[in-house]
Ligand binder design. Structure first.
Ligand code: MN
Length: 318
């Protein structure tokens, strides 16, 4: 059932001992939304714990390492920024079918929760959570503001993707004025700095970018062997997907990252009009019109062929 702010407020004010689920391969938005919501629940006197299938990357330590974990048996299950229970990883089995409240902004949301607060136009789940906090009149702490800002900044590509709403800028401005957040440092950590391995990989990656369909499709495929060779972990390749559509002819770009189990995590980006959310939904995934993802298993050449075929058809239908 889709709900609005007032039902979400009633639910949050009356819940207790909540587990907050974030998606696997966690990004700034699900991490910021999870910990931002945890702060808001704390203001309401509700204990909560943020969980994820994967370890939170170290660059988010300023968000994730803020307080001591409390031990309790969850009575409430909340999901943030999770369009599909599959994205919960090992938590799907435990909580996937009993999520009470989902707060999300993906048009591909599967409506799997009892109640879903979905704002498809929002830049980030963090934008929805900030607006909800304002609606509820709950105090937003500086840590909460930094968490939510991080989600909005990362999902908007530092306010430059066209999913960026006027509201995202307004919230960023409010956070600068009211909470004195260190936005320059956050953005440097999120967008500018990289490990030496990643810098080396970046130069290597420019060399392995493959062009298909007369350059209208660009694919970068990084296997486990390559990651080992370069000394980088899969999560350090977060943020490489936009590189695929830096190629001036590219309409669609795909970053393929091989997981340890052999399957490929596929991150699609659209430069212009191709809706990659639709493509990814056809491949069992989902996301946004210009940034979406799915998982594909099998032989890398077959995956390339399948992607080329589906992108060709999407371009033909334009
Ligand atoms: Mn998001």
């Amino acid at each position: 059932m889709y709900i609005g702010f007032s039902e979400a407020e009633t639910f949050l004010r009356n819940c207790k001992d909540a587990v907050i689920l974030t998606h696997r391969s966690p990004d700034g938005d699900c991490i910021g939304a999870g910990f931002g919501l945890k702060d808001i629940l704390a203001e309401l006197g509700v204990r909560s714990r943020v969980v994820c299938h994967d370890v939170f990357p170290a660059r988010y330590d300023f968000i994730t390492k803020a307080d001591e974990e409390e031990d309790f048996e969850p009575q409430t299950v909340i999901a943030v920024d999770i369009a599909d229970p599959q994205l919960m990883g090992r938590y799907e089995e435990i909580y996937g079918s009993r999520v009470q409240l989902c707060i999300d902004h993906h048009e591909s949301n599967k409506n799997y929760a009892e109640m879903t607060l979905l704002r498809e136009k929002a830049t980030a789940a963090c934008e929805v959570i900030y607006d909800l906090a304002q609606y509820m009149g709950v105090r937003v702490t500086r840590h909460c503001a930094m968490s939510l800002y991080t989600g909005i900044a990362t999902d908007s590509g530092c306010f430059k993707y066209d999913c960026t709403t006027p509201r995202a800028h307004e919230i960023a401005a409010e956070m600068m004025k009211r909470y004195d957040i260190n936005f320059a440092k956050i953005n440097r950590v999120m967008f500018d700095i990289k490990s030496r391995g990643k810098m080396l990989l970046e130069s290597k990656i420019s060399g392995i970018l493959e062009e298909y369909l007369d350059g209208r499709l660009a694919i970068i495929a990084v296997t486990q062997d390559m990651m080992r060779e370069m000394g980088v972990k899969l999560e350090e390749l977060e943020g490489f997907a936009p590189m695929t559509i830096q190629l001036e002819t590219a309409e669609v770009g795909v970053l393929l990252r091989q997981r340890e189990d052999g399957a490929f995590k596929c991150s699609f980006r659209s430069a212009n009009d191709v809706n990659v959310s639709k493509i990814c939904q056809a491949l069992g995934g989902g996301g946004h019109a210009k940034a979406a993802g799915c998982t594909m298993s099998g032989d890398i050449d077959d995956i390339r062929a399948k992607i080329t075929d589906i992108v060709r058809r999407a371009l033909d239908n334009e």
